[in-house]
Structures are given as structure tokens and as C-alpha cells.
Design a binder for this molecule. Structure first.
Ligand SMILES: Nc1ncnc2c1ncn2[C@@H]1O[C@H](COP(=O)(O)OP(=O)(O)O)[C@@H](O)[C@H]1O
Ligand SMILES: [Mg+2]
Length: 246
């Protein structure tokens, strides 16, 4: 059974003359353990797909199935035990007055864990930070360290599917590869499934098994990574995107 199955997904914002149809008739399937990329220019609807899955974009039609279970209007707490999201900007996604210990401890508490201390310690090790970062605040961390905290928070509930929205594009080039390597290792160690948005085809080529190319709210083509590396797309828009990335 697939981890994620999206079919006939439409997502829109606003109504009447202000309506924006951000995603139209999207269809793709992500297998368990697969890493699937969503690529396309800014505004093509990539983040909106992730937001619809997590319940942050309330106006949608079609079907979204997680591990064989159809999503309804609201996401129960149990949903976030399976699905977690990492956002582009770790500066914005961490509360400035919450220490790393609070961020991780509260998430663990919310998800009903009791061995919180031991889990905070383990999570910090798992993301390559270690104990010396435990009582720091976001402003005492670099961008890459903050993103490691955000990844640790996403891992805390022991999810199976991670939605990654441009997880390295707000970071310095020098730390992007470190974070991508961390994400690749975590997936291998835990058998995680990734749905990763990026506008950077080299990132997707490095991280993903297959990818969907989005243009103006629609998926125009689904490619495997070999076709991407060989620069062989069949849709003219995808081919244009490949050539533009050189
Ligand atoms: N909250 C919102 N309200 C209105 N329009 C939105 C909202 N979020 C996104 N959009 C619009 O939906 C389209 C897709 O946006 P987005 O999914 O963020 O694109 P991408 O992530 O590919 O850059 C864009 O036209 C954007 O302006
Ligand atoms: Mg986006």
C-alpha cells in the first residue's frame, strides 16, 4: 500500500472574483519509503499541496489518502503522529522565547510521551546537535542549527511521512548540503517517506526517487530521477525547466 495517494486534488483560496485556483486536478502516489519531489517555479502550487495535506489550506476537493486512510476536513491529533512538516524558514517556525528543550519537550508531551528527558537527549543526538544545545534559544543558534531543531521537532512524534517545504533554501549554501545529508541519513535509518518541495532541481536530483513537475497549479509530468539526471523529460515545460536549471 502506498504512503500517500493524491487524486483529483483541487485547492483554492478566496471566493468569487478573488478566487485563486492554486492546485488543479493533482494526482500522484508516494510509495512507503520513497522520496518524492515536487518541483516548479515560484507560485506553481507546490507549498499549497503540502498545506492541503496538513490541513492548512481548508478549501479543497478530491481525495488524499495517507497509508490507505482518506483525509477528511479536519486533522485529528493522531494524524500528526504519522505526518509532520518542516518549513522553509527555521527563523519563522521556532518561537523566539522557547528554548530548544521547551520546543522538543512540549511536542513530546503533546504527543503523550512520558520519557521526555531521554527523548529530548536522543533527538538532539539524532540531528547532530547534542546536549550543549539543549537550553539554548533560537537567537543563539545558526540557521542550520535552527533547522536541525525544526527537524528534531518534526521527528519527535515518530512520524512516517515528512513533508519538507524547501527545507534548505533559506540557509547559506555552505550548510545546505549538511542538512540534506542529515535528511537523507534520517530517511535511511528510519525508513521514512518524504514529500519534498524544491525549486532547485539539483537538490531533488540528489534527494528524490521520483518527482512531479508543477506549472501554474497543475502537475504536467512525473519523472524518475534517472530521467531528470539524463535531462530527458517528455513534457515541453519540464524540459524547459531542466534546461533552465543548467
Ligand atoms: N493564503 C493564500 N491566499 C491566497 N492565495 C494564495 C495563498 N497561498 C498561496 N496562494 C496562491 O496560490 C498560488 C500557489 O502558491 P504556492 O503554493 O505558495 O506556490 P509555490 O510553493 O509553488 O511557490 C500562488 O498564486 C499564490 O499566490
Ligand atoms: Mg512554496
Amino acid at each position: 500500500m502506498s504512503m500517500l495517494q493524491i487524486n483529483g486534488l483541487n485547492v483554492w483560496f478566496g471566493k468569487n472574483q478573488n478566487r485563486v485556483d492554486a492546485v488543479r486536478q493533482a494526482k500522484f502516489t508516494v510509495a512507503k519509503g520513497e522520496s518524492f519531489g515536487l518541483v516548479g517555479e515560484s507560485g506553481s502550487g507546490k507549498s499549497t499541496v503540502l498545506r492541503a495535506i496538513t490541513g492548512l489550506a481548508p478549501n479543497w476537493s478530491g481525495t488524499m489518502d495517507i497509508d490507505g486512510q482518506s483525509l477528511t476536513r479536519t486533522r485529528p491529533k493522531s494524524f500528526f503522529k504519522t505526518v509532520q512538516m518542516v518549513f522553509q524558514d527555521p527563523y519563522a517556525s521556532l518561537h523566539p522565547r522557547h528554548s530548544v528543550d521547551q520546543v522538543l519537550g512540549e511536542t513530546l508531551y503533546l504527543h503523550g510521551f512520558s520519557d521526555i528527558d531521554a527523548r529530548v537527549v536522543k533527538l538532539l543526538d539524532d540531528v547532530g546537535l547534542g546536549q550543549k544545545f539543549r537550553f539554548r534559544y533560537p537567537h543563539q543558534l545558526s540557521g542550520g542549527q535552527r533547522q536541525r531543531v525544526a527537524i528534531a521537532r518534526a521527528l519527535a512524534p515518530e512520524p512516517r511521512l515528512l513533508l519538507l517545504d524547501e527545507p534548505t533554501s533559506a540557509l547559506d549554501v555552505s550548510v545546505q548540503a549538511e542538512i540534506l545529508n542529515l535528511l537523507a541519513d534520517l530517511r535511511a535509518d528510519r525508513g521514512l517517506t518524504y514529500l519534498m518541495v524544491s525549486h532547485d532541481l539539483s537538490v531533488v536530483g540528489h534527494m528524490c526517487d521520483r518527482l512531479a513537475v508543477m506549472n501554474n497549479g497543475e502537475i504536467v509530468e512525473i519523472l524518475d530521477v534517472d530521467a531528470l539526471r539524463a535531462m530527458k523529460a517528455s513534457h515541453p515545460y519540464s524540459q524547459h525547466l531542466l534546461e533552465a536549471s543548467l
